[in-house]
Design a protein around this ligand. Structure first.
Ligand code: GAP
Length: 432
């Protein structure tokens, strides 16, 4: 775990927020490579939902909504609260269900009785901080989908069954944020709400479990590290009739990365009741099957799964360096950098000039880096460490034959490709 955390910082994936001021309560910033990885995950999810399903449409609802939304959804009541205990001695606070013993884990002190703590993040809209101006940052993105159900049904002329997908930030005032980016107070969700006839809900529930599991497997998550687990009845969220968690085997154990929920007619019927808007379809409230995944949590899982350390180095052709080399074996579509252009040696002005030309040629098509610092072996290792798919070397032959070597990250095999064919060849290889 510590290795992933320091790797993420060292190589520009994830930084602690407000680090120069000592950090800020479990908030994180995604660096230049982190934001690429994050965008690639979001694109893979959006393509899966919107491009591969003709019956799913997109939405981008606002983060701030009327507080009436949260009253209707049940988030302001005990259903969306964790049990909090406080140490009578050091006054540290904990989520009760996270504690192994009935004692303060920090000082061993006695704990207070548990009280319910609501997770909604309160804020004020406008200049006056009174009750009338109070609202909340959304705790789940899907409420924006439910309140727009009729707008979308009518404007897009949808018929049941159909889905609405959305990606966006959500906020929860977690008592104990922990495990790096696993549990934070600000995070991003990718949620799809599938509206269907009540009697078809069990069928679609199973369909979406299978679909979502395959999404992770197709993006390279190892089969042994992912599983779908039924949520026991007594642990179901307040809105769910049934839930299955997709869990990943993190360094700190099996943990949820996505929830599949049968929400029944909880949301549409409650919003109908509270708003007066009729959300019935052909005389009944549609049921909702929801797939809800955290962008940050899935990114964390993809990082853990791809991270490999190779003792003594990967190259067998050169003398083993006897040090640990890191290989980030991310799926090609998720890798932040697709190609790195490297002149074989620096200070040979013709080589660097040509390499810069190749870099400029590739840059509009792929996320590309140019690197001329250090030995070629060291530069390959630097790129392997961040998961760059192809390393393109400009050597002395390039100057005569107008071709380059293309090195594959995983096999380390090199192939010569004409510069004029390079964009086409890389596009084909990335889509293989
Ligand atoms: N709309 C349903 C819903 O929000 P959830 O199981 O509470 O369901 C869904 O959350 C997903 O959102 C989780 O599986 C997780 O990936 C992500 N998530 C929830 N709380 C989080 C937190 N505090 N930090 C990071 N991700 C979180």
């Amino acid at each position: 775990m510590q290795k992933i955390v320091s790797f993420s910082k060292r190589r520009g994936f994830i930084f602690l927020s407000s680090e120069i001021y000592g950090g800020f309560s479990s908030c994180y910033d995604f660096g230049p490579l982190g934001v690429e990885l994050k965008n690639n995950i979001k694109k893979a999810w959006w393509d899966e939902m919107i491009k591969r399903h003709e019956d799913i449409v997109g939405l981008d609802a606002s983060i701030l909504m009327s507080p009436k939304v949260w009253k209707a959804s049940g988030h302001l009541t005990a259903g969306f609260a964790d049990e909090l205990v406080e140490c009578k001695k050091c006054h540290h606070r904990f989520r009760k269900d996270f504690l192994k013993k009935n004692k303060c884990p920090d000082c061993g002190g006695e704990l207070t009785r548990a009280k319910k703590f609501n997770l909604m993040m309160k804020t004020f809209v406008g200049p006056v901080e009174d009750e009338a101006a109070e609202t909340y940052l959304r705790a789940e993105t899907c409420q924006g989908i439910y309140v727009n159900f009729k707008n979308i049904l009518q404007s897009m002329r949808q018929k049941l069954p159909f889905g609405i997908a959305q990606i966006g930030k959500a906020f929860r005032n977690e008592i104990n944020p922990k495990d790096f980016i696993y549990r934070t107070r600000e995070f991003e969700q990718m949620e799809m709400q599938w509206f269907c006839r009540p009697k078809e809900a069990p069928k679609f529930f199973n369909y979406w479990i299978k679909k979502r599991m395959n999404w992770y497997l197709n993006l390279g998550i190892k089969k042994a590290n992912i599983r779908a687990v039924e949520v026991p009845k007594q642990e179901l969220p307040h809105y769910a009739k049934r839930a299955v968690d997709i869990q990943y085997k993190f360094p700190f154990g099996w943990q949820e990365i996505e929830g599949i929920h049968n929400r029944g007619d909880w949301d549409l019927s409650n919003h109908s009741k509270h708003s007066g808007e009729d959300f019935k379809y052909e005389g009944y409230f549609p049921y909702v099957i929801e797939t809800s995944v955290g962008v940050d949590r899935s990114l964390f899982a993809f990082l853990c799964d791809a991270y490999q350390e190779v003792r003594g180095g990967r190259t067998k052709t050169t003398k083993a360096v006897k040090e640990i080399e890191v290989l980030l074996k991310l799926n090609k579509s998720l890798a932040p950098i697709k190609a790195a252009v490297l002149p074989l040696v620096k200070n040979k002005s013709k080589l660097t000039k040509k390499a810069k030309e190749v870099y400029q040629m590739l840059k509009p098509y792929f996320m590309t880096q140019y690197d001329e610092v250090g030995s070629i072996g060291r530069r390959y290792r630097r790129q392997d460490e961040i998961g760059t798919v192809f390393a393109i070397t400009v050597d002395f032959e390039t100057l005569e034959k107008n071709d380059v070597t293309v090195r594959d990250r995983d096999t380390m095999k090199q192939k010569r490709v004409k510069i004029k064919d390079l964009v086409k060849v890389l596009k084909e290889k990335l889509n293989e």
